[in-house]
Structure formats: structure tokens, C-alpha cells
Design a protein around this ligand. Structure first.
Ligand SMILES: *[C@@H]1O[C@H](CO)[C@@H](O)[C@H](O)[C@H]1NC(C)=O
Ligand SMILES: *[C@@H]1O[C@H](CO)[C@@H](O)[C@H](O)[C@H]1NC(C)=O
Ligand SMILES: *[C@@H]1O[C@H](CO)[C@@H](O)[C@H](O)[C@H]1NC(C)=O
Ligand SMILES: *[C@@H]1O[C@H](CO)[C@@H](O)[C@H](O)[C@H]1NC(C)=O
Ligand SMILES: *[C@@H]1O[C@H](CO)[C@@H](O)[C@H](O)[C@H]1NC(C)=O
Length: 359
């Protein structure tokens, strides 16, 4: 059996002196913003990979197709071709051996279940997105010490010990939305210091509380805890722990009235753009910030019930207006972010502040 294979290989080589029959040379189907794209490429076994030659480009993208096992052998072929940045969208990749020579890796919708990270390797990786996959664990991610951005949105992760990221002094964006996160490593009492983190997204998880006292995030600007199971929010501690905080999204949580009132006051006072759902709490005195209590005694005796109703309706309208303003401010921030992103696109190779998303 073995002999026959070797024999036919030799025959092929003899019949085709430029070894065209055994080597599979991939060529770019398309370019998108200087990313070479390969559509529907199928690379299954390590033996396939050994016989594959990838285009000599720095930025390589796979669209659909399948790379059964993103293995050492595969990584080696990428390295030989000089590839530094890889994306794979809709490409089936069930296992990923983290490549040590890649700087930017973007995997989306791959059915990815396991990631192997070698504690002895030195990883160059700066941007890592593994979105819309089936990861359950972030074991050994602490070895990715050069990361600037980590995005694990829409996976199945339950426990995220924040200590994992304490080995990443340059980490600016930590995006963990849409997982099943219940705990942030509450077993440990260590303070977690992430000196460069500006953007933390924990939205769409199952958090019941935030261990604010354990987080030291001096640069944090944008925090989302949207759509969790929080019932209390200690906004006073929040603004003390995160002195640079500018944007907070705590909507879609059932906050108690005390947290709600306190949060509105604290965030309005600090000019923090915030999204918090309205709670059905007694009277929204917190919303009308001044001159309310004093007016109530002046000549409101006749038709007191009706006046109260009118006051309530006015408050309602003020509240709605304020919410519109908040939403518009959010949108302005978003536009600003988009503008920055666009401007950075012209400077991608020089070292982007925000990685360009090629998807
Ligand atoms: C890739 O495969 C899909 C079906 O799986 C097909 O719709 C698409 O046209 C193919 N694209 C190319 C470039 O061959
Ligand atoms: C992927 O390939 C490596 C060897 O390169 C092997 O050790 C590993 O078991 C493979 N994983 C899967 C899921 O096939
Ligand atoms: C608002 O902030 C000022 C200091 O900036 C502080 O003195 C005041 O107590 C704050 N008010 C509320 C309601 O938090
Ligand atoms: C703030 O974070 C939210 C949630 O991650 C994100 O959607 C938004 O774009 C961020 N805004 C800015 C200005 O970075
Ligand atoms: C910002 O860009 C994102 C992605 O390109 C887009 O979905 C979003 O609508 C943009 N935001 C605004 C306010 O234009």
C-alpha cells in the first residue's frame, strides 16, 4: 500500500517535471483593501497542508471553505508564505493551534471548539477576534501577552477569570459580549490591574454582580454591562474606580430603585453618557434635578390631584426627552469612533490604534 503510493507519486513527478501534480498552489481570487481572499478553499488533513502553497502575501483571508484543523503544519505554511494577518469568515475550523508568527487573527463563524495555546511559545499576536464560535474556555489565554484587542463575542464561555488578562499590559479592548458569563473569577481576591484597557464590553451575559473592588482599570472609558442580570449598581464606586469613564451602558438590567436613582444623579453629575432603563420607582425626583421640592408648596392647593397629574406628565416628557438626548449622544460617540476608524484605515501598516475589520 505504502509502496504503491510512493510509486505513483514518483510517476507523477516523472510525467510532470515541475511537480505540478503534487503541489497545490493557491492564488488570490480577489482583493479587498489589500487582503488576498481565497474562496471555498478546502484544506483537510495535515498531508494536504504539506502539499499546499499559499500566496506570498502579508494579509490572507479565507471565505467559506474548510480548514479542518488549523494546525502547526498549517501555521508553518503560512509562515513560509510570509503571512502576518489572517481572517477566516464562515470557514469551518474546529480546532485552532494558536499561530505564534501571526499578528492579527480574525475568525468568525467557524464552528471553532478548541484553541490550543502553548505556554512555552512566544506569541506575537496583537489583535485576536474569535467571534460567533463555540468556545467554552479561555484556558492559557494569559500567554497571549502582546494583545491590544481581544474579542470573543458570541461564544459559550461561562467563566472568565479577569486575572487571565493581567498578563497583557497593552490590552486596550476586551470584548466579551454574548457569552454565558456568570463569574469573573470571584474565587480569587487579587486586584486585577489592566493599565491600558479603555473599552470593556460584558454585554449580553448572565452576570448578577460586578466585582468593582477588584478591578483596577485606570484608563477605562467605555463600559458595557448591558443585558445582564444585575439588580444593583454601585455607581459611586464605579466612578471612583474608573475615573476616566465617559460611556456606560447598563440598560436591560432590572436595577433596584435605589441603584437607579443614585446612578442617574451620579452619571448626570459626572457628564457620563449613560443608558439605563427607566424603573417604575415612586416618583422620579432624581430626574428633575433642581427647584422641584420648593415649588410644591406655592399655590398648588386647588385641584391638587389634577396638578399632580400634570406634574407627572411633564416629568414623563422630560424623561423621554432626556432619553432621546442620551441616545443621540451615544450616536455621536459612535460616529466619532467610526470617523477615527476610517482615518486609521489610511495608516493600517504603520500600527493601527484600532484593527481594521476586513469582514
Ligand atoms: C463558494 O461556495 C458556495 C456554496 O457553498 C457558493 O455559493 C459560492 O458561489 C462559492 N464561491 C465561489 C467563489 O466559488
Ligand atoms: C490537529 O492536528 C494536531 C497535529 O497537527 C493533532 O495533535 C490534533 O489532535 C488535531 N486536532 C484535531 C481536533 O483534529
Ligand atoms: C456632584 O459633583 C460635585 C463635585 O463635582 C459634588 O460636590 C456633588 O456632591 C455632586 N452631587 C451629587 C448629587 O452627586
Ligand atoms: C462603547 O462600547 C459599546 C459596547 O461595546 C460599543 O458598541 C460602542 O461602539 C463603544 N463606543 C465607543 C465610542 O467606543
Ligand atoms: C458605525 O459603523 C458601523 C460599522 O461600519 C455601522 O454599523 C454603524 O451604523 C455606524 N454608526 C453610525 C452612527 O453611523
Amino acid at each position: 500500500m505504502k509502496f504503491r503510493t510512493v510509486f505513483s507519486l514518483i510517476v507523477l513527478l516523472m510525467g510532470c517535471p515541475t511537480k505540478c501534480a503534487v503541489v497545490r498552489q493557491y492564488t488570490c481570487d480577489n482583493f479587498f483593501q489589500s487582503w488576498c481572499q481565497l474562496h471555498n478553499a478546502t484544506v483537510q488533513m495535515d498531508t494536504d497542508v504539506e502539499a499546499s502553497v499559499f500566496p506570498r502575501v502579508r494579509q490572507l483571508g479565507f471565505i467559506y471553505g474548510s480548514i479542518g484543523n488549523f494546525s502547526h503544519t498549517f501555521n508553518n505554511q503560512l509562515f513560509k508564505a510570509g503571512v502576518l494577518r489572517v481572517f477566516a469568515r464562515g470557514t469551518r475550523v474546529t480546532h485552532l493551534t494558536m499561530p505564534s508568527t501571526i499578528e492579527q487573527l480574525y475568525l468568525r463563524d467557524n464552528g471553532l471548539r478548541t484553541v490550543e495555546i502553548d505556554p512555552r511559545a512566544r506569541y506575537l499576536l496583537r489583535y485576536l477576534r474569535l467571534q460567533m464560535n463555540k468556545l467554552r474556555s479561555i484556558a492559557h489565554f494569559d500567554h497571549l501577552t502582546q494583545l491590544l484587542e481581544l474579542n470573543l463575542c458570541d461564544n459559550l464561555i461561562v467563566d472568565v477569570p479577569l486575572d487571565t488578562f493581567a498578563t497583557m499590559p497593552k490590552l486596550r479592548q476586551l470584548i466579551l459580549c454574548g457569552n454565558h458569563i456568570k463569574t469573573l473569577g470571584t474565587s480569587s481576591a487579587n486586584i486585577v490591574h489592566l493599565p491600558s484597557l479603555t473599552h470593556l464590553d460584558l454585554g449580553g451575559n448572565f452576570l448578577t454582580k460586578l466585582p468593582l473592588d477588584r478591578w483596577q482599570l485606570p484608563q477605562l472609558i467605555n463600559l458595557s454591562v448591558r443585558d445582564n442580570l444585575l439588580t444593583a449598581l454601585d455607581s459611586g464606586t464605579l466612578v471612583r474606580r474608573f475615573p476616566l469613564l465617559r460611556i456606560l451602558d447598563a440598560s436591560a438590567n432590572a436595577l433596584d430603585c435605589r441603584s437607579y436613582h443614585e446612578a442617574l444623579q451620579t452619571f448626570v453629575n459626572r457628564s457620563i453618557v449613560h443608558l439605563i432603563d427607566r424603573r417604575m420607582c415612586s416618583v422620579d425626583d432624581a430626574i428633575v434635578l433642581a427647584g422641584d421640592g420648593t415649588r410644591r408648596t406655592n399655590g398648588l392647593q386647588p385641584d391638587e390631584g389634577e396638578t399632580r397629574l400634570e406634574v407627572r406628565q411633564l416629568k414623563e416628557r422630560i424623561f423621554l426627552q432626556q432619553r432621546t438626548i442620551q441616545q443621540q449622544r451615544m450616536e455621536i460617540e459612535q460616529l466619532r469612533a467610526n470617523l477615527t476608524t476610517l482615518m486609521e484605515q489610511f495608516d493600517l501598516v504603520a500600527g493601527p490604534v484600532r484593527a481594521l475589520d476586513p469582514f
